[in-house]
Structures are given as structure tokens and as C-alpha cells.
Design a protein around this ligand. Structure first.
Ligand SMILES: [Zn+2]
Length: 61
């Protein structure tokens, strides 16, 4: 389900804190999951570059 309607999903954030020493893969995973559940922030350009390198589909914002 794509919940683009709400800008900040506090419930999701409480359940999914970003790991302090997250690897690139973990950050990508977090942002992909985040994108589906919350729209308070966009995927950083640097992370998008990493996703392109890894051939991971970047969701259109
Ligand atoms: Zn968010």
C-alpha cells in the first residue's frame, strides 16, 4: 500500500528508527520502506547514486 497522503508517519518512524551505524544497504532498505510509508523526507542524492550503482530501482518522487 502506498500512503502518499500523509506527510509524516510518526507511528512508522517510532517502529523504524534508522540504525546508528547503518550500512549503505541498510540505508537503502530504510529509505525504500520509508518512501512507501512516509513522505517527510526524500531519498538523499548520494544514496540514489548508490542505488544506481547497485541497479536498485529508485522510486519516482
Ligand atoms: Zn518520514
Amino acid at each position: 500500500m502506498n500512503a502518499r497522503s500523509s506527510s509524516f508517519n510518526a507511528t512508522w518512524h517510532r517502529k523504524h528508527p534508522m540504525p546508528k551505524k547503518a550500512t549503505v544497504e541498510q540505508r537503502i532498505e530504510w529509505h525504500l520502506d520509508h518512501y512507501k510509508n512516509c513522505s517527510c523526507r526524500e531519498i538523499p542524492e548520494k544514496l540514489k547514486e548508490e542505488m544506481r550503482k547497485l541497479k536498485i530501482e529508485i522510486p519516482a518522487l
